[in-house]
Design a protein around this ligand. Structure first.
Ligand SMILES: [Zn+2]
Length: 334
């Protein structure tokens, strides 16, 4: 990007650097991350229109964040999410026809109007009830487009809920069915359940990726949920609604096998076991045992490894997984 440097008297390719700026707006001191353009030759600062526009936007965002006011991108998101125009939305909310248009052009909404917009951004069901009660105010086509968008949001939310919950429900199943389990052991059991389910039932139990941490395979989201227990057993009263959690009977068989044949070992023993296995070793790629890493253990590695185990031990059903766990324990500790 070129601009004219008055100091050097020539066109220069300017650079930018990050700076913190401060500005007083409505009696409040607002700090924001801005950019400054400067000349690479004389290092003097330069005026560049696009950099000024960027800084104004940063300042506007910082002010709105400090005041808890909705910003332009969020308002645009409402229009996109619900597939509705600026005018119909203004009308639905009982505002002047050009209100939303003015906000998109940068006018700052009042607290009250801002709250209303946050409310429909965050709650599709509230948008739905406004759309229903005020549909006579807007064109039929606009109403139908809005309803279709709401239906799409609803179905994608349902989808997200069911896939998101799978690893959580499996975790709960383990917590309920094990007398005592630490966060470290839980991670290993999730890993074995994933591997054995793939080879016995043909599918992965959950979509979450496993990472090759220093202490073995880890599902980081679950780790963060239970990390407060440290090296102690997870001491939580867990209950779940069987029908809502949707674990198949064939999957339960695998979980029960893993609980019976691996759940009897401590987290430290399970850690040694996974440290001797191909998927973790390959993903660590020679890292020393205590080095942190977030490297993902590819699902294919897990799938191939457990397939080999199944063949090597000639496993015919899930209960044969005991041959593997016993053998591994013998090899490592005798
Ligand atoms: Zn210059």
């Amino acid at each position: 990007m070129m601009t004219f440097c008055e100091e050097c008297h020539e066109m220069v390719a300017y650079s930018t650097k990050n700076v913190t700026m401060e500005k007083e707006i409505k009696g409040k001191k607002i700090e924001f991350e801005a950019k400054e353009a400067f000349c690479p030759t004389c290092k003097g600062s330069l005026f560049v229109a696009s950099v000024r526009d960027y800084n104004l936007k940063q300042m506007d965002t910082a002010f709105r964040t400090a005041e808890n006011l909705i910003n332009v991108d969020e308002i645009q998101q409402i229009l996109d999410n619900y597939n509705i125009g600026k005018r119909p939305l203004s009308v639905l909310l009982g505002w002047g026809e050009v209100t939303i248009t003015r906000y998109l052009d940068g006018a700052i909404p009042t607290k009250q109007y801002s709250e209303k917009l946050f409310d429909i951004l965050n709650n599709p069901e509230n948008m739905d009830s406004i759309l229903e009660s005020n549909k006579h105010l807007i064109a039929d086509a606009a109403y139908r487009k809005g309803k279709e968008a709401l239906a799409r949001i609803k179905s994608s939310e349902l989808l997200e809920l069911s896939s998101e919950n799978k690893i959580d429900s499996i975790t709960k199943y383990m917590l309920i069915n094990l007398v005592e389990i630490t966060p470290l052991a839980l991670q290993k059991l999730l890993y074995y359940a994933q591997g054995f389910n793939k080879v016995f039932n043909g599918t992965f139990l959950f979509q979450d990726d496993c990472q090759a941490w220093a202490h073995g395979p880890v599902y980081s989201e679950i780790y963060h949920k239970y990390k407060d227990f440290g090296y102690n057993p997870i001491d939580l009263a867990v209950s779940y609604d069987e029908s809502a959690f949707n674990i198949l009977n064939s999957e339960k068989e695998v979980l029960d096998t893993v609980i019976r044949n691996f759940g009897c070992y401590s987290g430290k023993i399970l850690e040694r076991m996974t440290h001797s296995e191909h998927p973790w070793l390959v993903t660590r790629n020679g890292l020393s045992d205590d080095s942190p890493s977030n490297e993902v253990i590819e699902k294919e590695l897990i799938s191939n490894y457990f397939e080999q185990i199944k063949q090597k031990y000639n496993m015919l059903s899930t209960s044969d997984a005991s041959d593997y766990s016993k053998d591994l324990f013998e090899k490592l500790f005798n």
